[in-house]
Unconditional design. Structure first.
Length: 139
């Protein structure tokens, strides 16, 4: 469901098996440049069947705030946010990047199941206990 790396190019990317709704990001300084870069293009993630990615479009600044924070992205995505909502909450300074993919993907959205006309069961996917939200990143 999630693949985050700092590699400039991911070898054998097409051998990965992404589930529907999967997020993949290589967190490099020029991954969002869609042509003419010596780094892997974020479109390669979609070609390998990931649902979405985000990439920086300017060099040489490698400020952490212009990249997605994987912990924050997973925190919100696993709690039912759409892919674009989770990404925008995870990138503090999105002005130097580009999102690609299906922005409304919500594989972890609340699911309503009707048992009878009077009662409803709501199911969500729990977040792994090692996930931490860095509140300073959201300010």
């Amino acid at each position: 469901m999630f693949y985050f790396t700092g590699m400039v190019k991911v070898q054998h990317i097409n051998e990965n098996r992404f589930l529907p709704g999967a997020v993949a990001d290589h967190l490099t300084s020029a991954g969002g440049i869609l042509s003419g870069s010596n780094q892997m293009n974020i479109m390669d993630w979609l070609k390998a069947s990931a649902t979405g990615s985000y990439g920086a479009v300017t060099e040489p600044c490698n400020f952490p705030a212009k990249f997605s924070n994987p912990g924050i992205l997973m925190y919100f995505y696993l709690r039912g946010s759409s892919l674009i909502e989770a990404y925008w909450k995870s990138v503090a300074e999105p002005g130097q990047g580009v999102f690609i993919g299906e922005p409304l993907a919500k594989p972890f959205a609340y699911q309503r199941h009707s048992a009878t006309d009077e009662e409803h069961l709501f199911k969500t996917t729990p977040t792994p206990p090692d996930m931490r939200l860095n509140a300073d990143h959201l300010n």
